[in-house]
Design a protein around this ligand. Sequence first.
Ligand code: NAD
Length: 250
Amino acid sequence: MFDLSGRVVLVTGSSRGIGRAIALELGRAGSDVVVHHRANAARAEEVRAELSRIGVQSLTVAGDVAHPEEVARFVRAAGEWKGRLDGVVTSAGIYRGDATPDVGPNDFQSVLRTDLEGTFRTVQAALPFLKKSVRPAIVTVSSVMGAHAGIGGVAYQAAKAGVEQATRALALELAPRIRVNSVAPGFIRTDINRGGHEDPRFHAAIVAATPLGRWGEPDDVAPAVRYLLSLEADWVTGLVLGVDGGIPLR
Ligand code: NAD
């Protein structure tokens, strides 16, 4: 089930956190993986070493997703490695939870450029290489906050809502050749929200708000991405798959 043997998948932001868990899960499914990072070559090399222990091939590429020319460069390097990409996962992203009065002149744009335009530019740059694949698929990474409002972080929530609609618009535009889906994680313990999950009161508030009664881990998200990239999902496109412990149910 959900075998990805012989596939080549680029995962942005995969030196740590959710992206790293996705890269390793895809490796365990048999896929060769392009590990992308912004500036942490040592962590990316650690992921590459783990992939090598799993027994798949990997390449590391670097670049800032907020700069389209850097995206074009690292995606080209990823695509030229094997001459094609069978999958792209856009996990690179930042979070800012500021209350509206505290959002500085460049803060809003910086979140949109990284989380929304970074996702779009990555997909755009990958298209020529995805078109060389027999069954290509893209998975974007949204958030439970893309469709369910929270207090603070308006730019982040707007960016993730944009990622979800971009996913649907791309799914329609690229059908029937390329499938495009999204995962929308709930609260996952990573560096992006370390201040939150290390704060006992915030930690408890999230547990209380989550019907399944705990914070998520990166490994809760990775299998959903594996499924969406697999041939078992061959007739699934434009889906935003919540992996969130049931938060939207409340
Ligand atoms: P993380 O901070 O551990 O990982 C984010 C990764 O993105 C890092 O490797 C970072 O270097 C990279 N990145 C950030 N800005 C970049 C840029 N401009 N260019 C290139 N790389 C950049 O956080 P995470 O929790 O693993 O987040 C991964 C994705 O999951 C993000 O898109 C985030 O919005 C989303 N998400 C996270 C949660 C959560 O609770 N952790 C919930 C919902 C969605």
